[in-house]
Write a protein of this length. Structure first.
Length: 187
């Protein structure tokens, strides 16, 4: 990976983390988020707003419910992807112009203990992306879980598929205060 590409990915990574810890947290507290779809829309909005210049300069785009590139025909659909595009291609279908995936995101907004199974299923999806589709880019799992929990990781610390690739963006209620806290767990 070239220096410039590495730098761009670092900027995107830092921005995603900042969006989670500040913008999504604020929007949650101000009751802008209702369910998973508004969480996805909010993330998309902030990514476009904060990284618009970078995205335009380097032909990078954000897509939701992505079913192209390595996901075509796989029966798997990430909530958000950030992709470098090849606009010099003369494809009939814009989705065929994806040059490289820079990051893949899954999002969950759930409440109650039993919904933890639904959250775990998205981690299984991320693992399938890596193992079955050979996705080799940054992965993010953003979870708002309206349930009391300690700050923990949803994935084993030594999970080979996640190491150096997965960032967990977690939110849950603090047991002592009942306040929603937003935190990051880096693998």
């Amino acid at each position: 990976m070239g220096f410039m590409k590495k730098e761009i990915i670092e900027i995107i990574d830092c921005t995603i983390k900042t969006i989670w810890e500040y913008d999504i947290k604020r929007d949650y507290n101000e009751r802008w988020l209702l369910k998973e779809d508004t969480l996805k829309n909010t993330f998309y909005y902030y990514l476009r707003t904060k990284l618009d210049g970078l995205f335009r300069e380097y032909n990078i785009r954000v897509f939701t419910e992505f079913t192209d590139s390595v996901f075509a025909g796989a029966g798997l659909r990430p909530d958000i992807v950030i992709a470098e595009m090849n606009f010099k291609k003369s494809s009939k279908y814009y989705g065929d112009d994806v040059k490289e995936l820079l990051c893949v995101m899954e999002l969950k907004y759930k409440n109650g203990f039993s919904s933890s199974k639904d959250i775990a299923k998205d981690y299984d999806k991320l693992q399938k992306y890596v193992k079955d589709l050979n996705v080799d880019c940054k992965l993010y799992m953003a979870t708002i879980w309206e349930y009391e929990d300690d700050e923990t990781s949803w994935v084993r610390k030594n999970a080979a598929w996640a190491k150096g690739r997965l960032t967990e963006l977690n939110a849950s209620y603090e047991r002592e205060t009942g306040d929603m806290r937003f935190y990051i767990y880096q693998h």
